[in-house]
Structures are given as C-alpha cells and as structure tokens.
Ligand binder design. Structure first.
Ligand code: ADP
Ligand code: ADP
Length: 232
C-alpha cells in the first residue's frame, strides 16, 4: 500500500546540509498498522511527510496504492493525496470554523457538491462518535475531541491510507487509549492502512502489527509484532 524506495531528505541549515532521512526503504502492506518509533529529532515526522510529498525527497521513489507519487504533476498529486489522510499532534483544526466546516474543508477543496459534503461530514463524525458536536467550534472541545474531529476530517475523502504524526503525544493516557481504539476500529472496520510515527512505546504495543525503529535518519530495525520475527 505504501512503498518507499531509497528515499532521502536533507535540509539546508545555516550550519550546512543536514540529512534528516538517510536513503530509506519501507514497505507497508494493505491492512497494516505500521509504527515508526524513535526519539525526538530522529527524522520520523520528515519520513511521514515524504509519504504524501508534503516534503519532496531528494532521491528515491514513493508509491501509494500502486501509484508513483514522485512521478506526478502537482495537479495529479493533489488528486492522489485524497486517498491519503493525515492527523497531527496538535490537531491542526481551523479555529474560526465549526466542526462541520473543518471536516468538510478537504472536500470543499476537492470540489465536492454541498449535499455530498454534508453526508460525508455526518458519516465521519458518527465514526468518531461526535455527531452532536457538528456546530461547535474547536475552542469548545477537549483535546481528545479535537483529535477525533481531525480523524473525521482525515476520513472525509475516504482515504486508503492514514498517516498519523504523534497523534496522542498531546493527550493524557486515558484519552490516548480512546484515540487508539478509534484508530484500531478504522483499520479493522474500514480497512484503512495506518502509518503512525511516535516516541511512545505504549502506542506501538497497543495497536501496531509492525514496527520500525528510527535513529538519526535511519530505520535501524524492522519487526513484525504479530510473529515477533525480525526482518532485515
Ligand atoms: P522527529 O519527527 O523524529 O522528531 P523530524 O523529522 O521532525 O524528527 O526532524 C528530524 C531532524 O530534521 C531534526 O534535527 C530537525 O531539527 C530537522 N528538521 C526538520 N524539519 C526541518 C526543516 N524544515 N529545516 C531544517 N531542519 C529540519
Ligand atoms: P509539528 O509536527 O511541528 O507539530 P504539524 O505536523 O502539526 O507540525 O504540521 C506540519 C505541517 O503540515 C504544517 O506546516 C502545516 O502547514 C501542514 N498541514 C497542516 N494541516 C495539514 C493538512 N490537513 N494537510 C496537509 N498539510 C497540513
């Protein structure tokens, strides 16, 4: 579902060039909940942003759902991104828009008709159990509720893949469990493949079937948790 082929990314800083992601390959199969764990600064967030080309790799190829994203024009890429949802540590909701308008936002950009947007918003808010908050503003919501709205927004375009960037790092343990159980359900019931980056081992233990460890831009170990089998 996701194939990264020797992708790398360097940033130019005042102190010179810094390689955040060394040439890296990764294969995420359909139905996986794949975790990438590592300390802060390891390059996890950059790696995740390379998957939907929020960052352009310096080298290598990115495939999602059989399509080579690195070969697409900007217009084609915008379309391909509709099958890739993303959530963030700090939710990234628009505070001056209601919950409904936040969830509808990517659909508006995609040009979906209003009636279809309404239907999708309803459908996605129900998945995360927040249908009654449709007219609320983000400021009125708890952190866990904000993340649930962000999940609904990510699901609105019915993606095959959900990218999660430290999705529970701003949440308390109990709320974390709630969010992880929603993610598990989305994987199992909707069949969405999940790639999640985190510094929390508990997240990996709770929902991932595979994990890779990232250190200083390298994926140093890949492990299948269901079989406890070490792969190169
Ligand atoms: P992680 O998600 O594991 O904390 P990041 O991918 O955010 O790691 O960052 C990896 C390294 O790349 C860090 O040293 C960070 O400072 C650096 N970095 C990330 N984004 C940029 C950027 N836009 N410009 C320069 N350096 C960056
Ligand atoms: P950080 O990891 O530093 O907290 P985020 O992961 O929250 O940063 O956001 C990273 C970047 O992603 C931001 O620069 C933001 O502009 C961009 N971004 C925010 N929301 C979306 C979205 N829904 N789709 C694509 N890009 C987004």
């Amino acid at each position: 579902m996701i194939k990264l082929q020797s992708i790398s990314k360097s940033y130019t800083t005042p102190n010179g060039t810094f390689q955040a992601v060394a040439p890296t390959s990764l294969h995420v199969e359909p139905g996986d909940v794949y975790g990438i764990i590592g300390f802060s600064g390891a390059g996890k967030s950059t790696l995740l942003r390379l998957v939907n080309l929020l960052e352009r790799p310096d080298e290598g190829k990115v495939y999602v759902d059989g399509q080579e994203l690195t070969g697409l024009s900007n217009r084609e890429l915008r379309k391909a991104r509709q099958s890739i949802g993303m959530i963030f540590q700090h939710f990234n909701l628009l505070n001056n828009r209601t919950v409904a308008d936040n969830v509808a936002f990517p659909l508006e950009i995609a040009g979906l008709p209003k009636e279809e947007r309404k239907k999708r918003v309803q459908e996605c808010l129900e998945i995360v159990g927040l249908a009654e908050k449709v007219d609320s503003y983000p400021a009125k919501l708890s952190g866990g509720q904000k993340q649930r709205v962000a999940i609904a927004r990510a699901l609105a375009s019915r993606p095959k893949v959900l990218l999660c960037d430290e999705p529970t790092s701003a949440l308390d343990p109990q709320t974390t469990r709630t969010i992880l159980s929603f993610l598990k359900e989305i994987n199992q019931k909707l069949g969405v493949t999940i790639l999640i980056v985190t510094h929390e081992m508990s997240v990996v233990k709770e929902i991932c079937n595979k994990v890779a460890v990232m250190e200083r831009g390298h994926l140093v170990e890949k492990l299948s948790l269901s079989e406890r089998e070490v792969k190169p």
